[in-house]
Design a protein around this ligand. Sequence first.
Ligand code: SF4
Length: 361
Amino acid sequence: MITSVYIHIPFCDNICTYCDFNKRFYNEEIVTKYLNALEEEIKEIYQNDLIKTIYIGGGTPSSLSVNNLKKLMKIVKIFKLDKNYEFSFECNPENINYEKLLLLKENGVNRISMGVESTNKKFLKYLNRHHDIKIVKEKIKLMNEIGFNNINVDLIYALPNETINDLKKDLDIITNLSINHISTYSLEIHHHTILGINKVKPINEDLDCDMYNYICNYLKEKGFNHYEISNFCKDNTYSNHNLVYWHNDNYYGFGMGASGYIKNIRYTNTRSYRNYINKKRIIYKETLIKKDRIIYELILGFRLINGINKDNFKKKYQKELIQEKNIQKLIKKGYLEETKNNIKIKEKYLYIENSILEEMI
Ligand code: SF4
């Protein structure tokens, strides 16, 4: 049973200096053709399942013109929605506006994720983001007026020359916005991005770790629930869509560069526009046997602060979680903790989650 859908809109008005996503510059004609190809893909693959979460990400979905946004919303109507569905839409503060927000609301979008990234003009410029905090506040006010009350903002930290004090200022401002979810990202420098080409070096790891711990403590004090390594929410407004990924459940991935997981097959679509519109879509396909599925379950599940539920694991794999890989050894070493229902990484070791997983697997 597949209950989730990811749709990729790979167009942006500007290219950020750190961006490693699948994207290209916006062009009305290309986008229109892309949406036709997207509709074809969905009609071919979707099996009429009852969908509980839809996530439209990018790229910048809010870069679509009103006409193309209408077209996209019409395509989404193909899906049969559960009555308690979550429908998320990614926005960039620079190109989302009243008309587009109203259209989203009228078409059932009920969760907005906005790329704020920083509140500091100097850092925004460094990242080639074309908004400022005044614009962010205006756009959130519009969202609230239109009736959106489930809003995430993304924050990037660990920028070159950023200090804990800069980070504190970002957090002070962001936590005063009318939002309920924050996703944080430590800046990664990939070699083919503008920062990578300019040979920018990442900040030192101790400072990165201090910043991570600062964020966790700060947001906890402000009443945010730290529920995934990099994600925080208030009043149980978890990202239900992302929980599907972290629970290693099935989902459709539609669009250029999108990945999906259907009936034990993980697949990734081409990043080439030409191939995509010519229906040469899938460039990678991996059929997972039980052993592989368990590895994914561990890698994804230990990202959650509550870790992995022992009963769910047993139901899924007919095996005891505690017997898997080096889990017992890591409990003895003090990195993992077994509670009545779950096994999880101890909070103080979340920052070194990758090393723990390496040792585990
Ligand atoms: S808006 Fe997002 S997808 Fe587009 S260039 Fe910036 S980071 Fe990349």
